[in-house]
Design a protein around this ligand. Structure first.
Ligand code: T5A
Length: 204
């Protein structure tokens, strides 16, 4: 696969969607083919699973079922959207990927990071991002930003501050384990400053 696979990760309201759009504009301006996508989602099957996962009460799913649903959506996404784009040589900009499952289900919900990694290996092999940008922000600030937008996809937002603090620490721990792939970006800055830091991190 010749394309570059870039993921954005971080807590709720850390600015991933905003930054993906800004980065996409840079690629577009340069005339470079680029696919923007997100998880859970990316294709009809994965979008249907997204609805199951993000709406409703916090304890709607057992952590094992929840993890399997995220990974089922990921298989649809990788096989139908990500791999074809990378084979064409396109850059893929993806809002969340496997690291979100490692952090949210593996670390914060206590299923174990190794469990999540093993499931990924079993279902998708070695599909991994080339670069991961971790947008780091105080969860209280991020949640305030996220709650300002309308919609019913609030299941994870409602999981409490302790849960979201573990999410933040979880992402930072991944960056310590894989510093070459995972670049931590201070997401408390203005959107323009965050964009500049991201461009530097991806070499644009
Ligand atoms: N999940 C996901 C798992 O548990 N396991 C998994 O495996 C996966 C894939 C996804 C949820 O699912 C969980 C994690 C999530 O809880 P989602 O709706 O996709 O749900 O939620 P988020 O990914 O968190 O998306 P959000 O829309 O909440 O946040 P973003 O995309 O990080 O932030 P963005 O860009 O939409 O910005 C939010 C607001 O802040 C403003 C924006 O204008 C917007 O209003 N903003 C800023 N304001 C000030 N300064 C800045 N620098 C700003 N940047 C953006």
């Amino acid at each position: 696969m010749s394309g570059r696979f870039i993921t954005l990760e971080g807590g709720e309201g850390s600015g991933k969607t905003t930054q993906i759009q800004l980065l996409h504009a840079v690629y577009k301006e340069a005339g470079h083919a680029c696919v923007v996508t997100r998880e859970p989602g990316g294709g009809a099957g994965a979008d249907a699973i997204r609805q199951l996962l993000l709406t409703g009460v916090e304890d709607k799913w057992h952590k094992v079922s929840e993890t399997l649903l995220f990974q089922a959506a990921r298989v649809e996404h990788v096989e139908h959207v990500i791999k074809p784009a990378l084979h064409r040589g396109d850059t893929v900009l993806c809002d969340r990927f496997l690291d979100s499952t490692i952090v949210y289900q593996g670390i914060s919900k206590g299923l174990g990071a190794d469990y999540v990694r093993a499931l990924h290996q079993l279902t998708l092999g070695n599909v991994q991002p080339d670069v991961t940008l971790i947008l780091d922000i105080d969860p209280a600030v991020g949640l305030t930003r996220a709650k300002a937008r309308a919609g019913d996809e609030t299941r994870f937002e409602n999981m409490g501050t302790g849960f979201h603090s573990q999410v933040r620490e979880g992402f930072l721990s991944l960056a310590r384990i894989e510093p070459e792939r995972c670049k931590v970006i201070d997401a408390s800055q203005s959107a323009e400053e965050v964009h500049k830091a991201i461009r530097k991190a991806v070499g644009l």
